[in-house]
Design a protein around this ligand. Structure first.
Ligand SMILES: C[S@@+](CC[C@H](N)C(=O)[O-])C[C@H]1O[C@@H](n2cnc3c(N)ncnc32)[C@H](O)[C@@H]1O
Length: 277
């Protein structure tokens, strides 16, 4: 059964999604919105977008349908070692400078935030880079916070189980060290090993929240291919919050097609898509 979404209904969802997630759906995204929400209508046995809007905004007191609606809307494309220049920068410049500085100050904590981590490939890549750089030494207390709006992708990320075609860019040496090959009905899968998992904490967090509940500062923030879905106003607010939550000299990494141009920010430009506090 095909159900049409009229102008008024599209505007209602456009506003709701913007208010709840910052995701800015332009009128060109109408068919996309329709096809993604159709799954929810079917699941709820509803026959119009108007009914679904009422259900999400008024009838569902649990708030669960809102979470599921946002799960359907978000685009979660990601991969291991996506935009490799960032990880090169991290191992050749960012990390050596950070470790030297921390040693001088006798600090042990390294804190990284993968904001908009999707199904986990980005934070696991970070944990591989850190693990390769630092080795098995217990000198450092490393934590990577990995957050996303979508509970569906977070569940997948926490499992850390990837089909073999998802790990094709990873060298055999890295595969051996950081993954376990599945057996039996999992023979097409690779499982992330515990020494990487132990570095990461996964949490649901909406980046458009007014405040983030962090006590300390991050040394690196990765927010890549997320702000592209936001308008300039939302981007500006988020970039200011990143500035606030970074340690002095800390770095912000953004996606290849994103830029901080047009956002009111105090960051120093380092190289394309890399900024420093
Ligand atoms: C395309 S993925 C990017 C994944 C990864 N950072 C990368 O570059 O490969 C974008 C992610 O941003 C998340 N996202 C979108 N709006 C968000 C919001 N308001 N708060 C938190 N995460 C959000 C989506 O759920 C999605 O998983």
């Amino acid at each position: 059964m095909d159900i049409d979404i009229n102008d008024k209904e599209f505007c209602l969802f456009q506003r709701l999604i913007y208010d709840e997630s910052g995701i800015n759906l332009t009128p060109t995204k109408r068919e996309l919105l329709k096809s993604r929400l159709m799954k929810r209508l079917r699941e709820r046995a509803l026959t119009s977008f108007k009914e679904y809007y009422q259900y999400v905004t008024e009838e569902d007191a649990t708030g669960e349908e809102m979470v599921m609606m946002l799960d359907c809307i978000s685009t979660n494309l990601t991969e291991f070692f996506r935009e490799p220049a960032h990880f090169d920068f991290l191992s050749k410049k960012g990390l050596p400078a950070l470790l030297e500085n921390k040693r001088k100050k006798r600090e042990k904590k390294i804190r990284i935030w993968s904001a908009g981590c999707s199904t986990g490939e980005e934070p696991y890549t970070l944990s591989i880079v850190l693990s390769e750089h630092i080795g098995a030494t217990r000198e450092w207390d490393i934590k990577i916070l990995a957050t996303d709006l979508s509970t569906r992708v977070l569940k997948k990320a926490m499992q850390g189980l990837y089909l073999k075609n998802r790990i094709k860019g990873i060298s055999p040496q890295m595969l051996n060290t950081h993954f376990k090959k599945g057996t039996g009905s999992f023979s097409d899968y690779y499982q992330i090993q515990d020494h990487l998992k132990d570095m990461i904490v996964f949490r649901r967090l909406n980046l458009t929240n007014d405040d983030f509940p962090f006590k300390g500062h991050f040394d690196f923030i990765f927010c890549r291919n997320v702000m592209i879905y936001f308008d300039k106003e939302t981007q500006s607010e988020l970039v200011s919050k990143y500035y606030k939550h970074l340690a002095p000299d800390g770095y912000l990494f953004i996606g290849h097609s994103e830029s901080l141009a047009g956002t009111n920010n105090k960051f120093r430009y380092v190289q394309p898509t890399v900024y420093q506090k």
